[in-house]
Design a protein around this ligand. Structure first.
Ligand code: ADP
Ligand code: MG
Length: 234
């Protein structure tokens, strides 16, 4: 069953249009990868889904309900969580406090979600009293994902979760995403790391200069030389 449906969206910053007629869907339980070179418009698409931007044309529906014009604080309670590029954690607060803030729409489920997050990321439980700004890059990424999970989302939007991490941590982060998906959360991810992304994804879409140019099963895209070319071509 379709969870997220993006239908023919255009998106602009002021007068400058950067997304043209983009359509794709994500079904319940899937992991879908949105791929493309730097500047292709991946972050813009995620921000349009989760609230800060609105499409100038087209529609976005979630659970069959239009969400394109909603703000972020209206989208989170509906079950969409966004883990932005660059993590965006509260560096002065502790790990536990960061997680608690992620549950602001879900106070009743907070204890269960703490348990789930600590189960996926035991490292965060060990360091729950530590100031978030003193965590390593990989731990900060785990915290950002963990905080997103605290709202008990149906759909998690992940923007460049592996960027800047050492290879061993990249593997940990992808393992965690895979596990979160196996536990029932649908995932839409944007990644520079195409190989890892297509390894955990069911399907993928390729965005080039604001337009979708290719889509298919992850295994087929992983073999398709046009995917590599789209990264080089920009
Ligand atoms: N706040 C902004 N104001 C104006 N242009 C922007 C802004 N953010 C991104 N852009 C432009 O939109 C295009 C797509 O950017 P982005 O969505 O960040 O791409 P990606 O995430 O694929 O690297 C780029 O040309 C970028 O320069
Ligand atoms: Mg981006």
């Amino acid at each position: 069953m379709t969870l997220l449906e993006v239908d023919g969206i255009d998106v602009a910053y002021g007068d400058v249009q950067v997304i043209w007629d983009v359509s794709f869907s994500v079904s319940e339980g899937e992991t879908v990868a949105l791929l493309g070179a730097n500047g292709a418009g991946k972050t813009t698409v995620l921000k349009t889904i989760c609230g800060p931007l609105a499409p100038s044309a087209g529609t976005i529906t979630f659970h069959g309900e239009p969400i394109g014009d909603l703000e972020q604080d209206e989208v989170v309670p509906k079950g969409v969580t966004h883990i932005p590029e660059g993590r965006d954690i509260f560096t002065e607060s502790t790990v536990k406090e960061n997680l608690r803030l992620g549950a602001y729409t879900n106070p009743d489920g907070m204890a269960d979600q703490f348990e789930r997050v600590y189960d996926v990321f035991p490292r965060l439980e060990e360091r729950r009293g530590q100031q978030a700004g003193t965590l390593s890059g990989g731990e900060q990424q785990m915290l950002a994902i963990g905080r997103g999970l605290m709202s008990d989302p149906d759909l998690i939007l992940l923007d460049e979760a592996s960027l800047g991490l050492a290879p061993v941590l990249v593997e940990d982060v992808f393992d965690a995403i895979e596990r979160i998906n196996e536990e029932g959360t649908t995932v839409l991810l944007v990644e520079q790391d195409v190989n890892n992304a297509l390894h955990i994804a069911d399907r993928g879409y390729v965005l080039e200069s604001g337009r979708l140019t290719l889509s298919g099963d992850a295994a087929d895209l992983a073999e398709d030389e046009r995917v590599a070319a789209s990264y080089l071509g920009g």
